[in-house]
Each structure stands twice: as C-alpha cells, then as structure tokens.
Design a protein around this ligand. Structure first.
Ligand code: CMC
Length: 428
C-alpha cells in the first residue's frame, strides 16, 4: 500500500526514519531528527541558490518550466496578455480574483489618485548627478518613500498596507519617468490621470509641449502587454528578496527597494539591458558566428538565453516575439533585430544550446522592443521593475499573512578555521 512518507536509513547509525511527504515536499526541519549522537545538531539539506528548496506555499503564480506554462492565480498568461490590461492583472495578483467592472473602475481610480510624488521626492530625484543610472534613482526613491509615509511601518493594519500598495503602484511609473527626464536634462511632466497606466508613462517620458501630442495607442498597448508578462514570476531572485527583507517586518518601501536592487543585476532584470549591449558589441550579422564560438568556449554568456525554471521555452518570450513584430511595424526597423534573429537562428539549432536547453527568454525580445520605442538602454530594467511591483506586493502580503513564515534565516555549512586563540599584532 502506498503511503505519503519517505523512509530514510542513516548508514552512519543504521537507524531508520519515516518522514511525511506533503505537496511532494518533505520538511527540511524533519531531517533534524537524523543524528549520530544526542549532541549532534541534526542533518540539514545543503542547497546553494535554492535549486530545490520551496521556501513558501503560494497561491499567486504557477509555473511549469518543462511544459512552458505560466499562470497568474490560475489564468494562463496567454489569455491575460491577449484580453486583460496591466492594471486588471495587478488587481488579480493583489486581491486574488479578477475584479467586477465596478471594482476595476474603483481600482483604476485608487491608483490614479496616487500618481503624484511628494515634493521632497521630486527634489531628491533632482539631486542625483545628471548621468545617474535610472535604476539607482528608482531604488533610492522607493526607499526614500519610507521616510515620507512613516505610518507604512504599521504593517499589521490591512488598511495601511493597502494604502501603500496603491501608493507604490501609482508612484513607481512617475519615479521612473522623472528619473528618465532628469537624465536627459528635461523638466518633469506631471502625471495625467486621464490616460491609461502605460499611456501616462509614455506621456510623462515624452511630452515636450507639442500642441498635437498624442500617445501612440499601438505603443501604449504593446507596453501594457509587456507589463502583464513581467508582473510576477513566483520565487525569483527579486521576489525572494522582497519576502526575505519583508520578513524582518520593516515597511514595504524598504523591502521593495531591496527587491528592485536585486532585479537590477544583469542575470535578472538587467538582462534586457545586457542583451542590447551584447547586440551592439556584435555589431553586424557577419560577426554572429564568432560570438557564438566565444559563448561555447565559456568566454561569454549569450544574454537573453537560458532560464533557471524554463527548460523548454519561456511562454513570455513566445508572446513578446509577436508583440515585437507589431511594434517594429509602428516604429522604424531596428537594425539590431537582424543580429538578434541570426543569433536566435544559430542558437536554436546548435548542439551546445540545444543540449543545455537554452532558449530565448523574455529579455531577449523585450530589449529590442524597448529600443524600438526609443528608450535608452539603461532605462530598460526600470520597465521591468514598474510592473513587477504588483507581483512583489502580492507576494509580500501573502508572506505576512502566512502563519508558517518567520524571519528568513538560512543555515550554513561552516568550513572555516577551528577555534584558535587571538595573537596580539606585534607577535604575529
Ligand atoms: N549563455 C551561454 N551558456 C549558458 C547560458 C547563456 N545565457 N545560460 C546557461 N548556460 C550554460 C551554463 O554555462 C551551463 O553550462 P555547463 O553545464 O557546461 O556548465 C548550463 O548552460 C546550465 O546553466 P546554469 O548556469 O546551471 O543555469 P542557471 O539556471 O543557474 O542560470 C540564468 C539561469 C538565467 C542565470 C542563465 O541562463 C543566464 O545567465 N542567462 C543569461 C542572463 C539572462 O538572460 N537572464 C534573464 C533571465 S529571464 C528574466 C528574469 O526572470 O530575470
């Protein structure tokens, strides 16, 4: 008869242990029973980079990396990208269900009331050097919001938490747009809350007092789809950071600023920026084979390829590839696209990439779209951070409500020197 348990025999002692299996996992703390002596600490699992450790139970995002499935609250990403809007998806992530028409209007209204930045924050953004990386400004500005809304510390009050969610989702595009305008030395455009979430972002970035200014609806829609695709991705590096920093029960601004800092790195949300730099470095289609050779020798990474979870294909990349071609029709043709297409063609048939299951990920195409939209390269990670804020906040709230969660505190395997006595400096 089958039983939901695991039987382990410790060959050091000959003892046998029976450990429950729930949701296809064992509790790592159950391993602590396995000891060689009374004063033994007990067995631990060693899992650098959390390759096989579930750190939480979650009802937000489901991924099947082998089958290329991504769902938010059970809804397939393909259906959301096709039929929903970013703000509706943000609501779904935060509140768990799709809103009624009335609730959706209420939600859009709530967010539209929180687009404006506190003047102190505007002054802070202006104080950065003219060439400051916009992600550095975004990370610092979100952290600075903690000083402007000190009540946010009261994380046990659901109404206070909800208010910070509105503030962050409302203000983060404004912070990003101001960071951009600061960099190009132009005055800030105040948010226009009659526009959609992404149209307002494009407006704040682009508007130069033109009389006939209008946001291109094709581009606003494309950005909205990109935002849906980036909204959440379960326990990735930045989301784990959000949960981890949030687990010490500080305010959401500090946790979200830390999450954004984690996103900034080139192996995570900075990959779209890295893809573009790589394509620029390759320069021409003719240089592609030589670059691929360098990648195969381990001298370079093919940025925008590979994923920790998706080993078949990245479902977001499939959708984004289609969006990319729609955007290229509405904008000038991107000369780097030719190089990207050639890289993709070679990599998808080369044994090195095929055997390692390395496929284009979401960042391979998003960078090209952002470039076609004429965003500067260093701005790309901001366009990842804006929509991911809703995912981070949903995961943070879920973590706070989870009675099994405590402050994050991994263990280590200590391999340093054994105890030794201090020697005064003149005797060393
Ligand atoms: N180019 C060349 N080789 C690669 C790449 C790549 N992009 N990614 C993985 N490999 C190789 C790696 O060298 C290793 O080879 P070997 O078995 O010979 O040592 C093998 O493939 C397995 O790789 P891994 O390092 O064990 O994979 P991982 O799960 O630890 O890393 C990754 C995942 C995304 C960090 C990695 O694929 C990578 O660095 N990709 C480039 C950066 C990138 O595009 N990141 C965006 C990820 S999607 C957006 C997001 O969610 O943040």
């Amino acid at each position: 008869m089958s039983k939901d348990t695991l039987t382990i025999t410790d060959n050091r002692t000959g003892k046998t242990y029976e450990i429950p299996i729930e949701h296809n996992t064992i509790r790592a703390t159950d391993l602590r029973k396995i000891r060689v002596s009374e004063d033994d600490f007990g067995l631990m699992s060693y899992d650098p980079a959390f390759m096989n450790t579930a750190a939480c139970k979650s009802t937000i995002t489901y991924i099947d990396g082998d089958k290329g499935i991504l769902e938010y609250r059970g809804y397939p990403i393909e259906q959301l990208a096709e039929q929903s809007s970013y703000l509706e998806v943000a609501y779904l992530l935060i509140y768990g269900e799709l809103p009624s028409r009335e609730r959706l209007e209420w939600w859009k209204y709530r967010i539209s009331r929180h687009l404006f930045l506190h003047n102190s924050l505007v002054e802070l953004i202006q104080a950065f050097r003219y060439d400051a990386h916009p992600m550095g400004i975004l990370i610092s500005s979100v952290a600075a919001m903690s000083t402007l809304y000190p009540e946010a510390r009261n994380i046990d009050d659901p109404a206070v938490r909800e208010k910070q969610v509105w503030r962050i989702i409302g203000q983060i595009p404004t912070i990003a747009a101001f960071a951009y305008r600061h960099r190009i030395g132009r005055p800030f455009n105040l948010p226009d809350n009659s526009l959609s979430y992404t149209a307002n972002l494009l407006y704040m970035m682009d508007y130069m007092n033109q009389r006939d200014y209008e946001v291109n609806p094709v581009l606003a829609k494309a950005l909205d789809v990109l935002f849906i695709l980036h909204a959440d991705h379960e326990q990735n590096c930045s989301t784990s950071t959000m949960r981890s920093v949030g687990s010490s029960r500080g305010d959401p601004y500090c946790a979200l600023s830390a999450a954004a800092a984690a996103l900034y790195g080139p192996l995570h949300g900075g990959a779209n920026e890295a893809v573009l730099r790589m394509l620029q470095e390759i320069g021409t289609r003719a240089n592609v084979p030589a670059f691929i050779e360098k990648v195969k020798k381990g001298e370079r990474l093919l940025m925008g390829f590979g994923h920790r979870i998706y080993k078949n294909y990245d479902p977001r990349a499939k959708i984004i590839r289609k969006v990319a071609y729609e955007v290229f029709e509405a904008t000038e043709m991107n000369p780097l696209l030719e190089i990207a297409v050639e890289l993709e063609r070679i990599a998808l048939q080369d044994e090195y990439f095929v055997s390692r299951k390395l496929y284009p990920n979401v960042d391979f195409y998003s960078g090209l779209i952002y470039q076609a939209l004429r965003f500067p390269i260093e701005y790309f990670p901001c366009l990842f951070a804006i929509p991911r804020a809703s995912g981070w906040l949903a995961q943070w709230q879920e973590m706070l409500a989870d009675e099994e969660q405590k402050i994050t505190r991994p263990r280590q395997v200590y391999l340093g020197p054994a105890r030794r006595d201090y020697i005064p400096v003149d005797q060393r």
